[in-house]
Design a binder for this molecule. Structure first.
Ligand code: ADP
Ligand code: MG
Length: 303
């Protein structure tokens, strides 16, 4: 094989782009995942604790027989939309890769919507196919992190839905997902599955009981809101110097207070909405009045 070929092989992701059911695949650690993780504000040492728990799960699964310690290698992150779950899931993947592996780690992000959107009767096959042909071959060769984003789509709570509302196909797809997860856990010791869900009530109990770590994401409290708003405004200030003057305004506390009940994504977007209120789009002239107006508007939209 020529050097050029070796080089191009090295560049290719663990799973080829465009593979059905796969939203993203790359090698870890990944600096863009790390950067996004650093911007997430959670209470106390939550992020570090999650990273330790995920790494411990992988190490213990490697060293202790499953009969003694029934770990599945699954971390479940639950919480309202916009509370940072997907960002933390990707960051966790990258952190764990950096801390426990001495070679690069494969990352596969599943798109469950794509799997279940196939026509009736195809979901179960799509799930089997995804595990057998896409995930397993990678997981047999590399330490692998799989992100099952919005897992409620795949592991729908069978008990909570009537037979009418819940076509047999959904049951089969859920069964297929659970069976395949069990098999993946049993055959590949070096796999970590990070799942996220916006509605943990909708996730199958059998899936929740398989999770080794379940973490619920809160809405940002006062300190977190302040940090998120400051981070967003500071990022704008780096491109449009002057925007961060709003942080020195004594009414900035009012902005923070007005954001009560809003998630992190909505808070960041409200800053953009405030910047867009300047008649000439002078983002460097971001005002406290516009920030308060944008956040109040975002809250009214919520109610
Ligand atoms: N607690 C938080 N701290 C800082 N930023 C946050 C927080 N929660 C959400 N965000 C921001 O909101 C956006 C959406 O986050 P995401 O991880 O996709 O949320 P989820 O998956 O829970 O819907 C990201 O830009 C993220 O940085
Ligand atoms: Mg998400």
């Amino acid at each position: 094989m020529s050097t050029a070929n070796v080089h191009s092989l090295d560049q290719s992701p663990p799973v080829a782009a465009g593979t059905p059911g796969v939203a993203d695949s790359r090698w870890l650690p990944d600096s863009s995942f790390d950067d996004a993780w650093h911007r997430i504000v959670l209470p106390g040492d939550t992020k570090e604790r999650l990273a330790r728990q995920a790494a411990a799960t992988m190490l213990l699964r490697r060293d202790i027989p499953q009969s003694a310690l029934p770990l599945h290698g699954i971390v479940l992150l639950a919480g309202l939309p916009g509370t940072g779950k997907t960002t933390v899931a990707r960051g966790l993947a990258s952190r764990v890769a950096a801390s426990i592996a001495n070679s690069r780690v494969a990352y596969i992000e599943i798109d469950p919507h794509e799997l279940t959107s196939s026509s009736l009767g195809r979901s179960q096959r799509a799930v089997d196919e995804l595990f057998n042909s896409t995930i397993m071959p990678v997981a047999e060769q590399h330490v692998t992190v799989v992100l099952l984003d919005e897992v409620e789509t795949l592991a729908t709570d069978r008990a909570g839905l009537s037979r009418d509302a819940n076509p047999i196909d959904v049951h089969r797809a859920t069964d297929a997902a659970l069976t395949n997860l069990d098999r993946l856990a049993a055959t590949c010791a070096d796999v970590l599955i990070v799942a996220t869900t916006n509605f943990d009530d909708a996730v199958d109990d059998a899936f929740i009981s398989r999770a080794d770590v379940v973490h619920r994401f809160p809405l940002p409290d006062t300190n977190a809101r302040r940090a998120i708003l400051e981070d967003t405004i500071t990022a704008i200030d780096q491109q449009y110097p002057g925007a961060a003057k709003s942080l020195q305004d004594r009414r900035f506390d009012e902005v923070v207070a007005a954001g009560e009940g809003l998630d992190g994504r909505t808070l960041r977007k409200a800053v953009a909405a405030a910047a867009a209120m300047h008649p000439a789009l002078n983002f460097d002239a971001l005002t406290i009045d516009h920030l308060i107006a944008a956040i109040t508007e975002a809250r009214e939209f919520r109610q």
